[in-house]
Design a protein around this ligand. Structure first.
Ligand SMILES: NC(=O)c1ccc[n+]([C@@H]2O[C@H](COP(=O)([O-])OP(=O)(O)OC[C@H]3O[C@@H](n4cnc5c(N)ncnc54)[C@H](O)[C@@H]3O)[C@@H](O)[C@H]2O)c1
Length: 314
């Protein structure tokens, strides 16, 4: 496929082949692009190559699109954001990649990261941010191919990225009238685009913020259910019955608090959002983090049987 800027997209490299990067690489390959993989964990790379036919590559000089799916948490603390690994990769790309290729950041990143990467690669390549809404438990409907937000460092970055992800997007001046969302194209190895519906935004920071605020919103919903649970414990109210009653209303959906705000993404991304403002910080999220700590402490004490009247209702 010839992009607006005149290069042909054939070779796609997915960097970071973990929980997210592997399904991305499999999807790109299934769409018919020549797909390569790169992971600093050589054992992981070997497994992916053997089991899924994603070819390993060390040199980046002949790649048309780089998709970055590396982890963005501190290796020693999964709740703390960490983008040094991404910057290191950007330096390797800056040294080796050809002019005009596309760097698509699919990892979750703090506001301002994409533009820093654009600086590191000396404005030589297009940079876009296309964060994920991937959900392991519902991969069929909430996998790689669902509506996603896309932003570019500049207009030509956005357009180049849209041509790769969603060639029929109305934000592009020209539209391919053929129905390229037909996945049977991939079987014929005539890759055109990824066929993923995109919601373009005017500033790349909006794309960065969208992802972390989505997860902050989820954090808040869980923390509210924890708050209610603690209220019920303190006031001898059956939480389960209260929740069921509340959820009979059409616009109320109280979640289950379970083990506390879980996984590493929600705490890490909420931290990214809180750290993104030097002045006004979300007071409600700061309180939500405190509620989650109280809830976890409560569960620990209950586990140690130090709270005799706990109602077992979640
Ligand atoms: N897993 C999800 O459900 C999910 C959903 C949405 C967004 N995300 C985001 O996607 C990103 C990746 O998450 P994940 O769950 O796949 O993480 P993961 O830990 O499962 O996988 C990350 C992979 O990247 C590799 N890696 C890390 N740094 C590297 C580097 N500098 N060079 C090469 N390889 C490197 C690791 O070896 C690992 O295989 C994170 O930013 C995360 O927040 C994840």
């Amino acid at each position: 496929m010839h992009s607006e800027l005149g290069f042909q997209i054939n070779k796609v490299l997915v960097i970071g082949l973990g929980q997210l990067g592997l399904p991305v690489a499999k999807y790109v390959k299934q769409r018919g692009f020549e797909t390569f993989g790169y992971d600093m964990n050589s054992e992981r790379m070997k497994q992916v190559e053997e089991n899924f036919g994603i070819k390993s590559i060390e040199q980046f000089d002949d790649i048309d699109v780089f998709i970055l799916c590396v982890s963005t948490h501190d290796p020693d603390d999964e709740y703390t954001p960490y983008v040094d690994g991404l910057f290191e990769l950007a330096r390797k790309i800056a040294k080796e990649a050809k002019n005009g290729s596309l760097v698509s950041i699919e990892s979750t990143v703090p506001k301002g990261t994409s533009k820093k990467i654009f600086e590191i690669i000396n404005h030589r390549l297009h940079v876009a941010h296309v964060p994920h809404r991937w959900y392991a438990l519902e991969e069929e409907i909430h996998g790689v191919n669902q509506v996603r937000v896309i932003g570019g460092v500049s207009d030509c970055c956005l357009k180049t990225a849209l041509q790769f992800y969603d060639r029929n997007n109305e934000a592009l001046e020209f539209n391919d009238n053929t129905n390229n969302k037909d996945t049977s194209r991939s079987a014929q190895n005539t890759a055109v685009d990824l066929g993923i519906p995109m919601h373009p935004v005017s500033e790349i920071e909006i794309a960065e913020l969208t992802k972390i605020i989505e997860n902050a919103d989820r954090y808040l919903q869980i923390a509210f259910s924890e708050d209610l649970y603690l209220y019920c414990q303190a006031n001898n109210v059956n939480f389960g019955e209260l929740r069921d009653s509340l959820n009979t209303k059409w616009n109320v959906k109280i979640l289950e608090p379970r083990d506390g705000v879980g996984g590493h993404c929600l705490p890490k991304d909420t931290k990214m959002f809180l750290q993104s403002s030097k002045s006004i910080k979300s007071k409600i999220l700061i309180s939500a983090v405190e509620v989650d700590k109280d809830y976890r402490r409560f569960r620990e004490l209950r586990g140690a049987r130090l709270i005799p009247h706990a109602i077992n209702s979640s």
